[in-house]
Write a protein that binds this ligand. Sequence first.
Ligand code: NAD
Length: 291
Amino acid sequence: QPHTIGFIGLGIMGLPMATNLVKAGYTVRGLDRSPDKTARFVENGGTAVHSCAEAAEGADTVITMLPDSPDVEAVLLGDDGVFAAAAPGTLVADMSTIRPDTARAVAAAGAERGLRVLDAPVSGGEAGAVEGALSIMVGGAAEDAAAAAPVFGPLGTPVHVGPSGAGQTVKAANQLIVAGNIQLVAEALVFLEAHGVDTGAALRVLNGGLAGSAVLTRKGEAMRTRSFEPGFRIELHHKDMGIVTAAAREAGVPIPVGALVAQFVAALNAQGHGGLDHSALLKLVERLAGD
Ligand code: NAD
């Protein structure tokens, strides 16, 4: 059955995601505030629209892939936003990484208008977006998650993890694990180099044991060769460490190592490296080691 998707936010993640939906046969109406990104989507077979309302009008599903909580609030709740233009019953899936409490508030506002709102943040990075192999953490009503599953299919694997906000809570945990993992891989690499070890061979053997991880597999070589093109920008991980720190505090749960790594991410961001990939945590470890 023909199905139209409005897709707002065609950045590093959104462009390949929206393109995979086009390839899967959906009619996808894309919008980014940066016109060259919308133009790239049109080159990939998508249709350009010029306002959030236009993206939502007549759409069966609207997906947002925006930087931060205020961006999602503006696009969904604004006077000329998605909620004002979408027909009752429309599925709205925010796939950005935002605050769980914002996700809950947005879902409640949508429900008042008869919209079916899901939080559906993702993990897997730019490569996962390009390959349609994202891990999708879905929060919201079970029947809405089931209804959205076919649309998520070309993007990756959705798992319904609980009510509104639960997807973002799981994503916050994801970001905690990833930041800590990168930090320790960075420390291990600087340590190995100081001992004059061949880090290429070291990464290969480490990856075969219990130290192996997706971070080691996907970021290890780039870290070894100091290639910090994003990928996932430090400024976005800084945002996410703020989200997990606040959510942990709200729950009364200490995250001491996470809080420390959050400070390292904050330092790198403050030093003007917000545009580098998060694997650039290695730069900070090098400086601490006196390099
Ligand atoms: P990005 O900055 O590359 O893309 C965001 C896009 O949204 C930009 O192109 C920007 O122009 C657009 N935008 C912002 N406000 C807008 C508005 N009001 N209307 C229309 N367009 C608007 O960021 P990204 O790396 O694609 O990340 C997007 C989200 O996904 C973030 O929440 C991020 O934390 C999350 N995420 C990123 C990765 C990754 O590896 N890059 C992985 C998982 C999750």
